[in-house]
Design a protein around this ligand. Sequence first.
Ligand code: GCO
Ligand code: MG
Length: 395
Amino acid sequence: MAITAVKVILTCPGRNYTLVKIETDQGVYGVGDGTLNGNEATVASMLQHMGELIIGHDEDRVGDIWQLLYHWGYWRNGPIFKSALSAIDIALWDIKGKKAGMPVYQLLGGKAREGAMVYGHAHGKDHVEVEDSVRSFMERGYKAIRAQPGPYGGAGMLARSSPRRPDLPPTDTFEPTPYMLQVAPLFDHLRNTVGLEIELLHDVHEQLTPIQAARVAKDLEPYRLFYLEDALRPEYLEGFRLIRAQSTTALAIGEIITAREQYLMLFREQLIDYIRCAPIHIGGITEAYKMMTLAEPYQIKSAFHGAADIGPIGQAAAVSVDVVIPNFGVQEWTRFPDQTYEVIPGAYEMRDGYAYPNETPGIGLDIREDLAAKYPYNPAWMPLVRRADGTVHVY
Ligand code: GCO
Ligand code: MG
């Protein structure tokens, strides 16, 4: 019983994904995903390095391998490290499920619910376009929908300038005031047109200061958001005290928080309602389950990150935990382009607003290495953002 190979697969079937296949001496293999948007090749290199350490180890010892990798390198934590660790952890759970003849959610204790409620992304350049986009999700059975003015930053995104070299990302110009002035009227429009029952969410993408975020949360109160996401940068978590004291708008944060320990103050003071981490960025299924167990007594629920940069295997890892934990909240959901499903077959299904895990043993997905090779890695970066006066701002 030993790991014989850790194969790293960097592929771009629609967008870049950092995947892993762990092989064993019994012929059983497992697949994992450690994609980190804009850093796919860096995680691949981390995975190659980590992979060397576990060749010859007993693949059954998932928790021990996690601890080994976490401590062995001395330098630990951070998104690159944790994403590589996540990919390995997911692949090991896949192997365990295949050997046991059970889907991963069964190994975690079995279903606490039939499916995981998901939300999709609605956006448009004006209120009516956003409303139309929200309605199209409602028609497809979605029970929860994130609504954003414009593709990113809404009216706050004043301009986009070309990069100084074609291989670099563009620079966007963002100002908070036009964005802040737009948010509450958008939700006023939506509540007046699509009604009160559909769950609506909004993502600030960290672009405000605590006092600005508190004002937006307060302005949004009458529109009963499922949650307001990333109102602040995760470096400045104390600011959530101010927002919390000012409003009853539910709050979520965490897509770039990669360590459980970083949440402790938010948990203890119950400053948030939902955690936005992705199993593929925090340490896999092992860590996602522990994270949610830690959050449970503080009545904080899951809202695992599931944007397009988290591929079908990452999505499956999230849903496998979603259907098991008592404190499930919602799952962000993406439909991928056809070529993604060809390279990574077996993706979980979403029907009528709920995601369902596969009944196939393991994580239930595969990687077609032959097809992956047809879609080579295509270097890509996140855009840069500056304020109108040129100051570098957060994306
Ligand atoms: C979300 C995220 C995305 C991010 C992207 C970054 O809530 O889905 O904020 O909108 O921009 O996932 O990698
Ligand atoms: Mg987000």
